[in-house]
Design a protein around this ligand. Structure first.
Ligand SMILES: [Zn+2]
Length: 468
């Protein structure tokens, strides 16, 4: 049996997930993500390490851009095989890839103009990484699979998807390779969710694997209890309502926005907050919410029960999904307290920017952050307490109340990752810690080694290992 693993992304860093498994001559690429960390973005332009037309199949864990965002480039450069993933992942990935292509096109155009004006060349080519057409070309290759039902990839090679509990449709993937009466299993954790989160199920527990790749985004920390998340949201809504202001929530389109709607609906049903107009002012979040509505089979038991009694949490009195930018701008003329959920999550683009312009200078309003704010983003400057921020080319004093609500993390922490590994009945032949910054990945690797005595490696970018 010939089994080789190459770490082509998310190795001692978080984004750009890409792992190549070669099994008896068949090339299986697990995820094909976009690099989003500033210092690694140039890698998006590098040629693929193996010719895309030599890859037989892609297995996709979930629809986040750092896992699927380079698929259009892979297809543009010759990949013709199937892209296996769950139906929800396929539908959400389509929305996300088309949006990403549009952003790539707009960015390239903007840079081309700016560089021309300034008479200089930028770091990256002034062409889009891929176009809308390229993104459309990869859509027919998506092949939906069901959880726990093995898919035959080639003779003696099958892949089985399990619920990762991270975002709707997310998967842990187990690849089983058999040859001459021998078999080996390689388990790809994808991104692992947390137990007891709303909407999605808890991560599936796996009992057997010869080799395991585990993510380590939060491998060096333990989350604070998320129990009070809903209570905090209620407090923000009630106090802002009392002050007569608005609540602006910069939010990510996938999962975070839907969780917010779920919490708001629950609070309404419990009479913990008054009836207010709630705007989901992000066309992408609205489209993704429709995928959630179509795929209730992915909901956890609580959510299924909730839907049975209260219908969908994504349609309640007062909730409006605004499609056009005119509708979005009209929100500014509404009097009385309203809640606006808008992208982008870190305020780097999208409609949230004009809502900030209209609301950030008024002390009656609240800007409620529900997600991680990366260094260098407008969101990070606001949560850091800067007194004045630049939005759409103008300076604005920050007078609104700034609140951070924790507990929304979609990634397991150190203890939750370890607990997930503890589901294995026997030690794996080797554990590979990936998808975490070097510090986090190494911390988690050491932690597992100390606790279990297992063979643990923290592979570097482009490392290759032969699995025996
Ligand atoms: Zn993810």
């Amino acid at each position: 049996m010939q089994l080789k693993l190459q770490f082509l992304g998310a190795a001692q860093n978080v984004t750009g997930s890409r792992h190549l498994l070669e099994a008896n001559g068949t090339r299986i690429l697990v995820d094909c993500g976009l690099y989003q960390e500033r210092q690694f973005k140039a890698r998006n332009w590098d040629p693929f390490d193996v010719p895309p037309d030599s890859i037989d199949v892609v297995l996709l864990t979930h629809a986040h851009l750092d896992h699927c965002g380079l698929l259009p480039k892979l297809v543009k450069e010759g990949f013709k095989g199937r892209i296996y993933c769950t139906s929800a992942t396929a539908e959400i990935a389509q929305i996300i890839l088309l949006d990403s292509a549009k952003i790539q096109e707009e960015d390239a155009e903007y840079k081309r103009k700016r560089h021309k004006r300034e008479g200089r060349k930028g770091r990256y080519p002034e062409v889009p990484l891929y176009t809308t057409q390229d993104a459309e070309a990869c859509l027919p290759l998506f092949s939906p699979v069901r959880y726990k039902q093995p898919v035959q990839i080639d003779t003696g090679i099958e892949a089985t998807f399990y619920d990762a509990g991270h975002v709707l449709g997310s998967s842990i993937i187990k690849v089983k390779v058999s040859n001459g009466g021998q078999d080996r299993t390689v388990l790809f954790s994808g991104d692992i969710g947390r137990p007891d989160r709303p909407i999605v199920c808890d991560p599936a527990s796996l009992e057997q694997a010869d080799y395991v790749l585990i993510e380590s985004t939060y491998g060096d920390r333990v989350h604070q209890g998320p129990k009070d998340t809903k209570k905090m949201i209620a407090e923000v809504i009630n106090s802002t309502r009392k002050a007569g202001g608005n609540i602006i929530v910069p939010s990510f389109a996938l999962e975070r926005s839907q969780e917010l709607l779920y919490y708001i609906n629950e609070l309404l049903l419990e009479n913990a907050i008054p009836h207010l107009m709630v705007f989901l002012d992000s066309p992408m979040a609205a489209r993704i919410t429709k995928v959630f509505q179509r795929h209730s089979e992915f909901f956890d038991e609580e959510m299924t029960e909730f839907v049975r009694h209260n219908k969908s949490p994504f349609s309640f009195p007062g909730l409006k999904m605004t499609a056009t930018s005119d509708e979005s701008k009209a929100i500014n003329h509404i009097r009385g307290t309203i809640i606006v959920i808008a992208g982008s999550g870190m305020c780097t683009g999208g409609r949230v920017k004009h809502h900030l312009v209209n609301n950030i200078t008024n002390p009656q309003n609240t800007i409620m952050f529900v997600g991680y704010q990366a260094v260098g983003t407008l969101g990070r400057r606001i949560v850091n307490g800067e007194k004045e921020v630049r939005i759409l080319g103008r300076e604005y004093p920050v007078k609104a109340k700034i609140v951070r609500v924790n507990g929304f993390s979609a990634h397991a922490d150190r203890d939750e990752l370890f607990k997930w590994l503890s589901g294995l009945k026997n030690p794996p032949r080797k554990l590979f810690v990936v998808h975490g910054e070097s510090k986090s990945a190494n911390h988690f690797g050491d932690y597992v080694r100390q606790k279990t005595g297992w063979q643990v490696a923290v592979p570097a970018y482009r490392d290759e290992v032969v699995l025996d």
